[in-house]
Write a protein of this length. Structure first.
Length: 86
């Protein structure tokens, strides 16, 4: 299980989401990857086109989980379920 935060430099909501995700992921020993959609656009312009207007976006195992803010209760539930499946 991998959590990815799609973000953009200078985005206050993205910074808050990163702080929340660090805390949640630490509790599950889940890797957290941070991707700046503007930097990634150099090699993946579709990423910014798809998600750039809804940041921050949280992906769980490369699937959209939430956007705008971290849905902590849902993320806890989903990470618990994934951990139990492993």
């Amino acid at each position: 299980m991998v959590v990815t935060l799609l973000t953009r430099a200078g985005c206050p909501a993205c910074a808050r989401a990163l702080d929340e995700l660090r805390e949640v992921c630490a509790g599950y020993d889940a890797p957290l990857t941070v991707v700046d959609v503007d930097e990634a656009a150099a090699h993946d312009p579709e990423l910014r086109a798809e998600f750039g207007d809804r940041l921050p976006v949280v992906l769980l195992d490369d699937r959209e989980h939430s956007y705008g803010e971290v849905d902590r209760p849902r993320l806890h539930r989903d990470l618990t379920a994934l951990r139990e499946q492993a």
